[in-house]
Write a protein that binds this ligand. Structure first.
Ligand code: PLP
Length: 367
């Protein structure tokens, strides 16, 4: 194979990660959060990787968010120790695992129902430990969370009155607005969501309880969250690796694209059955499709389409393709979280120079 083949020692499909660009993205968001006096608790659901988590912690993150217990367990097994579980944890089996995690790690969990609070309290009391709990408020996502306002106050009071639970504050995450392309439109939506969190905070303080933590936000709301200052900490996840979903989201700050794209999928041409079609080794099993097809990184007019579980097709409209079997192309995933979850490891490089493999230990950990 000729020496200009990209990463000749790496078999494909492979998930490449440019560490120089990762460091720039981490620095960009951490320094902006520091300047605004707001803490950064990055969401590890996006990368599920201990080395990336440590990089974020070393640069100043106050802890990690995890969507699932199994993500936190996997990261804890690699030495990470401070977690906010951003999904309510219910049922005996999951609560037992939460308690086990809390024996060795500093764990905060969200809750959105009285039964759930009772279960958490009973389990923490039996284990003779104290769990930190936030009330999860539905600020517009329409998923988990109590109705904003009085219900948040009532649940906070219930947590406060429960044995072995410590009420710490509120979570209000609105995921649907994160990908709104226009900064102004997104700002209006963030203001609306944050007014619901503010009403909830008011109800809690009215009930006589201090709200130490207000947490939420993502990569898209980040610049607005820093400006509005309703949150004491922000939870962006995708900002580290990025994807084409976020490429169209204006992030402002005088620079519409402050974040680069370190994450790509390396794919090989495996067949040239016709002049206008090159078949590559990436399909639905190696690039997620919930947010559309991946984009081609530097391939001019080429387009990619899925052609099954293991195959993809490259075409150039009305023109002959010059690609030969064995040639390699980089694709930019449309959605980082769901693509990362398909791989065992990141192939880490610095601007094209191969460095190391970083295991994605939380890959497939959805329990
Ligand atoms: C609760 C919560 N917080 C933060 C995030 C991070 O969002 P993003 O990856 O858009 O930065 C997510 C992502 O789904 C989330 O579910």
């Amino acid at each position: 194979m000729s020496s200009d083949v990209k990463f000749p020692d790496v078999d494909t499909p492979a998930l490449l990660l440019d560490l120089d660009q990762v460091e720039r993205n981490v620095e960009r968001y951490q320094s902006a959060a520091d300047a605004a006096g707001i803490e950064l608790r990055p969401h590890a659901k996006a990368h599920k990787c201990p080395q990336l988590a440590r990089l974020q912690m070393n640069r100043g993150a106050v802890g990690l968010c995890c969507a699932k217990l199994a993500e936190a367990e996997a990261l804890a097994a690699h030495g990470l120790a401070t977690f906010l579980v951003t999904t309510p944890i219910g049922g005996a089996l999951k609560i037992r695992r939460l308690i086990d995690l809390a024996r060795t790690s500093k764990v905060t969990v969200v809750a959105d129902g009285e039964e759930n609070v009772a279960e958490l309290s009973a389990a923490a009391t039996q284990a003779a430990l104290t769990l930190d709990v936030l009330v999860d408020v539905d600020v517009g996502q329409g998923r988990t969370g109590v109705t904003p306002g009085a219900a948040a106050g009532a649940l906070a009071a219930r947590i406060k009155a429960s044995k072995n639970l410590r009420f710490r504050g509120l979570q209000g995450y609105q995921g649907k607005l994160q990908g709104v392309a226009s900064l102004n439109d997104r700002k209006m939506l963030v203001e609306e969501a944050m007014s619901k969190l503010a009403a909830s905070k008011k109800a809690v303080t009215h009930a006589g309880l201090p709200v130490e933590i207000t947490t939420g936000g993502g990569t898209g709301s980040f610049p607005i969250d820093l400006e509005l200052k309703h949150l004491t900490e922000v939870q962006p996840g995708s900002y580290v690796t990025m994807d084409t979903n976020y490429a169209k989201v204006r992030l402002g700050g005088g620079d519409d694209h402050p974040l680069g794209h370190p994450l790509t999928i390396l794919t090989s041409v495996i067949s040239r059955p016709t002049e206008d079609r090159a078949v590559v080794d990436v399909g639905w099993k190696s690039a997620s499709c919930d947010s559309g097809t991946p984009a081609l990184r530097d391939a001019g007019e080429l387009s990619f389409e899925f052609a099954g579980d293991e195959h993809g097709i490259l075409r150039r409209a009305g023109a002959r393709l010059a690609l030969k079997p064995g040639e390699r192309i980089e694709l930019v995933p449309s959605h980082c979280d769901t693509t990362v979850n398909l791989y065992d490891s990141f192939v880490v490089h610095r601007s094209g120079k191969l460095e190391v493999l970083w295991p994605i230990v939380g890959r497939g950990k959805s329990q």
